[in-house]
Design a protein around this ligand. Sequence first.
Ligand code: FES
Length: 113
Amino acid sequence: MTAHTDTRAAYAIVGTIDDIPAQGARCVTMGETRVAVFRTADDRIFALEDRCPHRGGPLSQGIVHDGCVTCPLHNWVISLQSGRATGADDGATCTFDVRLEGRTIHLAMRAND
Ligand code: FES
């Protein structure tokens, strides 16, 4: 992982979009936090802490669909954009900013507030 900074925040290069299967995820470790970097079917990239807001399930092993990921443990559906549970469920996981430069993924080294 290569770290660099810009005017807004510190970012790390965590690979390329080609390292992640469409509708899949790849995990990276940011300090003590596991971050799941997701690729949607239409090649958008999102990053969430790899920890479901319900009981901590591994979101990186969930099903990616419609801008969301379904947790593999109890099927909560989490928005990739906001990290919030959808539908009747309540809770949120941390989001991280990601930028694509070409096909290279830059991941913010700090979670959003
Ligand atoms: S731990 Fe994710 S739905 Fe229960």
